[in-house]
Design a protein around this ligand. Structure first.
Ligand code: NAD
Ligand code: TDX
Length: 358
């Protein structure tokens, strides 16, 4: 197994944390420098339980990807075999209420990171095995009707400031491959769920509201469809792409688990009823409230993951219902973590986003 030094950006967020932890166990010869601005979505406590490591395979650097001075210093001190770029503003609802930070981080930040990477790659003789792995989303493709799937050649058609900023960053990454030959790869992934997801996103928000018997705000008619993927399956796919993916290529990653939002919420309600022994009268589904829809709400996402299956031999290993139950267990057993991330700022967000929908 080859030794690698990875620069992971956004490695203290949801997917980044899972990726860092997964790599530390699955690839014992890889080292990680984790660059994260620690916005509301990033949390260093995610690594507190890791055993002390004399080899210091995971080092944290606090800072923003758009800080070119910091990038210059970091790229002077370290030589990277790969950049794994997760850092982003990632919540669609926040992008509707305040889009500017999405352009700053997702577009300008990605540009600055590309510049720093290109400079180092050139100065190291254009290393053949260098990779710039850009983690993107299926939302760049827009919305599907009831039929069809997103493939790697589906035209971009983003609906929200979030997905538009991710689309912009994808285009920049493609341009750096085509124009400068920087060995970049893009992955476009469907909705992730699992441990350490910030409780602003559908699944953890519903889990916490169910625990506290609060109302369950379902946007619109609840029939929007998402294609769910357990975060560890995503991390496995990313390792495969790093090791076997071809520069200049895009790989779509999806769970093949399409569910309407209301089906996911009902399933969570039933899980809680059976665990808490809630009677029919107290059944959790009574907590569901249909609230004002998200503007520009994409109706359906569904990924055709046949390329990554065929070319890299990846397919998801976890079943949706079982992984959802494991995720519920994780939140129930990690209420200390939940309390830590639900700061005053979080409560303000809940008031603004859900207050407006009542
Ligand atoms: P997240 O919001 O949980 O984490 C983002 C992390 O980036 C946080 O730790 C935050 O502190 C950090 N960050 C934000 N701005 C930064 C900046 N300017 N400089 C440095 N760090 C910064 O997001 P996530 O759900 O883990 O998503 C990670 C990536 O995966 C994103 O690029 C997202 O677009 C993409 N993605 C997410 C999903 C999903 O379902 N969550 C699906 C497909 C793709
Ligand atoms: O309170 C809610 N009620 C509700 O009905 C919330 C927070 C969401 N929803 C709906 C909106 C979506 O149809 O649930 C669905 C999932 O919503 P989010 O969890 O906000 O995810 P989504 O908008 O689909 O985007 C996610 O997947 C793609 C991530 O947040 C993105 O970062 C990723 O790119």
């Amino acid at each position: 197994m080859s030794t690698k030094t990875l620069l992971v950006t956004g490695g203290a967020g949801f997917i980044g944390t899972n990726f860092v932890r997964h790599v530390l166990t699955e690839r014992p010869t890889w080292c990680i420098i984790n660059l994260d601005a620690l916005t509301y979505a990033g949390n260093l406590a995610n690594f507190q339980d890791l055993a002390p490591d004399p080899a210091a395979r995971h080092q944290f650097v606090h800072g923003a990807i758009q800080d070119s001075g910091l990038l210059e210093q970091l790229f002077t001190e370290e030589s990277f075999d790969a950049i794994v770029h997760f850092a982003a503003e990632s919540h669609v609802d926040r992008s509707i209420l305040g889009p500017e930070s999405f352009v700053e981080t997702n577009v300008v930040g990605t540009f600055r990171l590309l510049e720093a990477s290109l400079k180092q790659w050139r100065s190291r003789g254009k290393l053949e095995n260098f990779r710039f792995l850009h983690i993107s989303t299926d939302e760049v493709y827009g919305s599907l009707g009831s039929e069809g799937y997103f493939t790697e050649s589906t035209p971009y058609d983003p609906s929200s400031p979030y997905s538009a900023s991710k689309a912009g960053s994808d285009h920049l990454v493609k341009a750096y491959f085509r124009t400068f030959a920087l060995p970049a790869i893009i992955t476009n992934c469907s909705n992730n769920f699992g441990p350490y997801q910030f409780p602003e996103k559908l699944i953890p928000l519903m889990i916490l509201n169910l625990m506290e018997e609060k109302s369950l705000p379902v946007y619109g008619d609840g029939k929007n469809v998402r294609d769910w993927l357990y975060v560890i399956d995503h991390c496995d796919a990313l390792i495969r792409v790093l090791e076997q993916g071809k520069p200049g290529e895009t790989y779509n990653i999806g769970g093949g688990a399409e569910r309407q939002n209301i089906e996911v919420v009902n399933l969570l309600c039933d899980l809680f009823d059976s665990r808490l022994d809630r009677s029919t009268k107290k059944a959790s589904r009574r907590l569901i409230r249909f609230v004002t829809d998200r503007p520009g709400h994409d109706r359906r996402y569904a990924i055709d993951a046949s390329k990554i299956r065929r070319e890299l031999g990846w397919s998801p290993a976890h079943n949706f219902e079982e992984a959802l139950e494991a995720t519920v267990d994780w939140y129930v057993n990690n209420m200390d973590w939940v309390e830590l991330v639900r700061s005053g700022e979080y409560r303000k967000w809940i008031e603004i986003n859900y207050g407006e929908r009542e």
